[in-house]
Ligand binder design. Sequence first.
Ligand code: NAD
Ligand code: TYD
Length: 361
Amino acid sequence: MKTYLVTGGAGFIGSNYIHYMFDKYGDSIRIINVDKLTYAGNLENLKDIEDRPNYTFVKADICDAEAIGKVFAENDIDRVVHFAAESHVDRSIKNPEVFVQTNVVGTAVMLNSAKAAWENEDGSFKENKRFLHVSTDEVYGTLPDDPNAYFYETTPIDPHSPYSSSKASSDLIVKAYVDTYKFPAVITNCSNNYGPYQFPEKLIPLIINNALAGKNLPVYGDGKNVRDWLYVMDHAKGIDMATEKGRIGERYNIGGHNEKQNIEIINIIIETLQELLPDSDPRKANVTKDLITYVTDRKGHDRRYAIAPDKIKEEIGWYPETMFKDGIRLTIKWYLENEDWMKNVTSGDYQKYYEGMYANR
Ligand code: NAD
Ligand code: TYD
C-alpha cells in the first residue's frame, strides 16, 4: 500500500486531488494531508472522506521543519504531492513576504525533510520514492496576443508577480535537489484551474458569487487578458500520472488547450446562470451583463497564458478530457447546489479581505 503525504490538501486543487485519488484507488492507498488551514484551507471540502481509515489530517505549517520531520518519522512515505502554497496573485501584490515564506521556504523544508527520510547512507535514495512539485504556468511570464505563441517546458522562466516569482523560485530549489543530490522529484506547471471548492477570490467563483448576489462583476483593465482554463479533475489526473510515469528531474506542462479572454468567461457565466436558475428564483432577473464593471487594472497584469501540453501527452499519455462548456456547467451547478459552502467561506475573514481589496478599485 502506497502512502501519500499531500500538502495543502484542504485547498482547492488539493481537495479535488484527494477526492480523485480515493475515487480511483479506494482502500489501496493511504493519504496523510498536511495543511496549515490558512484562509484558503477548508476542511469542509473533505468532509465526505474524513472518516476513512486510510485518511489522516495533520494541521501543520510546511515551514515547520520539526512538525514535517515528525510526519516522515512516523510514516513510511512513498509519495509527496506538494500543493501547499499561497496562491493568489492579488494577495501577493499586497503582501509578498508570506509568499516567499510559504512557497520558497516551505518547499525547501518539504524537500529537506523528504531527503532526510529517503536518503540511504551512501547518498542514494530508497527505491520508488517520488516528490511531485505542483507549480504553475505563471513562472514563464506572459505571452503576446499571437495565437501561435505557447509556453513550452523549454520557455525561459520569466515571472512577474510576487506569486509567480515565488513559485519559480520553488521550482528552482526542486531542480537544485535533483541536480545536486539526484533527489527523485518531478515538477508540473499547470494553467488556470476551475471547478468545485475554489475560493471565491479567483475569477470564476468570484463572478458566480457576485452575480448571484446582484453585485458588480469587476473586470480588470480591458478584460482581454487571456488565461488557459483546465477543469480541476483533469489536473488531478495529470498530477497522478506525472507522479507515477514522469521522468525524475523533468518538468511537464499541463494545460487545457482552452484559451479565453476574461470578458468571455464572464459572459459565459452570466449566460449559464440564466439557463440554470429557475424562473421562480428572484435572483435570475438581476443576473445580466449590466453588472459588468471595468475597474483599475492589476499591477503588472500578465497579458496571456497558453500551455503547449505536448510533452506530457507524448511521454505520459495525459491530455485534457473535459470540454470547457461541460466543465463550466458542472462548476456552476456545483456552486448553485452548495450555496452553504459559499456562505461559510465568504463570511468572516474573507469578507474583510474582499472589502480591502476592492475598496479603491
Ligand atoms: P489554494 O490557495 O486553494 O490552497 C492552498 C492550500 O495550502 C490551503 O489549503 C492552505 O491552507 C494551504 N497552505 C497555505 N500555506 C500553508 C503552509 N504554510 N503550510 C501548510 N499548508 C499551507 O491553492 P490552489 O489553487 O489549490 O493551488 C494549489 C497549488 O497548485 C499551489 O501550489 C498553486 O501554486 C498551484 N497551481 C494552482 C493553479 C490554480 O489555477 N489555482 C494553477 C496551477 C498551479
Ligand atoms: P485569477 O483567477 O486571480 O487567476 P490568475 O491571476 O492566477 O491568472 O485571475 C484570472 C484572470 O482574471 C486574470 O487575468 C485577472 C482577472 N480578474 C478580473 O478581471 N477580475 C477579478 O475580480 C479577478 C479576481 C481576476
